[in-house]
Design a protein around this ligand. Sequence first.
Ligand code: GAP
Length: 511
Amino acid sequence: MSDDLLKKVISHAKEYGFVFPSSDIYEGLSAAYDYGQLGAELKNNIKDYWWTAMVRMHENIVGIDASIFMHPTTWKASGHVDAFNDPLIDNKDSKKRYRADVLIEDHIAKIEAKINKDVSKAAKRFGDAFDEVQFRTTNGRILDRQAQIDSINNKFKAAMDTEDLAAVKALIEDLEIADPDTGSRNWTDVRQFNLMFKTELGAVSGDSGIIYLRPETAQGIFVNFLNVQKSGRMKLPFGIAQIGKAFRNEIIARQFIFRMREFEQMEMQFFVKPGTQSKWYEYWKEARLKWHKALGFSDGMHRFHDHIKLAHYADAAADIEFNFPMGFKELEGIHSRTDFDLSQHEKHSGRKLRYFDPETQESYVPFVVETSIGLDRMFLATLSAAYKEEALEDGSKRTVMSIPAPLAPVKVAVLPLVKKDGLPEKARAVLKLLKLNHNVQYDEKDAIGRRYRRQDAIGTPLCITVDHDTLTDNSVTIRDRDTMIQERVSIADLADRVEEKVGLEQLFSDT
Ligand code: GAP
């Protein structure tokens, strides 16, 4: 995996209509993207897979769609007004803005790169006899560099824990960290920067009219806990799921759709009896990993990263990381959030947010286990794992997107072999049989080989070719995107064959 792959994915996504820069005709807007005609389909299919797995497959999970604007006290209660900050620093010469923690992390990454270079040099020198663990734990230069990293990490952690922003700036100066673009070391002080976007309600002037664009969808679920529990007569444990936009004024948004300022989340809060949260945390960790793995990406693309340093409200947390072109990065979080959010909303709203347990005849604030996945990150994971350039046996090349078939934006392409002799009409009749249940494309332009390549490039799992024999025997040729094998199939069997290949059901085969 490499930056090179990321560049290829970005340009392929634009060329074929998956993702465009936002406001492209005005040179784009940083960290905002538009999903094109194929991107919107792929996004909808990912949502559908998630919603089916979370809501339809669980009797005790329901889905809602809360508003983006919420009462401003919501964000005071959740802690976002006071603590949803990143440490920010400006370079006075370049006027560029950076996250202080990222500058320090990048500095550490450079030291790590030097360590890795020494290790690979030694590996080459010693050949088969090389013992990497021993080398790393005994080589003087490596130990010095590791000690430097540990010292930087300790100083940074101590400064952040005590909110000593002057110490963070001092660390940047001591390490002689320069603006990565210009080399200037003329820094401002470090400030905390709140990531929430503010706007104003039209009917109210002044500070009292300030509201926020939600930075997570989760709070829309917490404030509706009682509404849903009562109106749906839900019994613990139960979950509330939601898909929707979230907004964060990220200081540095980069790596395409990995980190954006406007993005979409698919979140589920699972309300449980206090004391049972560890069991449910483990359940959801496994269930969510299984959801990812059912898509059939190659082995080793996912891993767990258990958090050692926990947010003040959490008693356990882990990320599911994906092997993106930039390396392993967070794709989804599973968090055991205790009763923090509901208790905070009780305090700030004055309303009781409790569950009356008919078994124990007690009322209590439930604990919550949350699963939270970024839809855009899932989209990037799918695109980057699917992108392949293949050399074919006949010496030609093809670019193929091996998107898991149930997620593919176009499921079937129907292609008349030639543009005459009644084949287009027959092809359209075939298309009509399928289009109610699947996104199907009709294409009659260019030679059949070129049409196959175009469909490979957008990840269409099946191409159906209508030829002269079709007119007499009512059968067509089906070509599989991945194996390129072609098979003759009766039109009467087509709907079943297509469903078998592209239906969501195959992703739930062991549930
Ligand atoms: N309610 C919990 C929560 O929001 P988070 O770890 O801040 O937790 C959850 O975000 C997920 O949302 C992340 O795992 C990631 O997939 C996605 N996400 C967060 N910030 C993002 C951004 N700026 N751009 C795209 N996706 C983002």
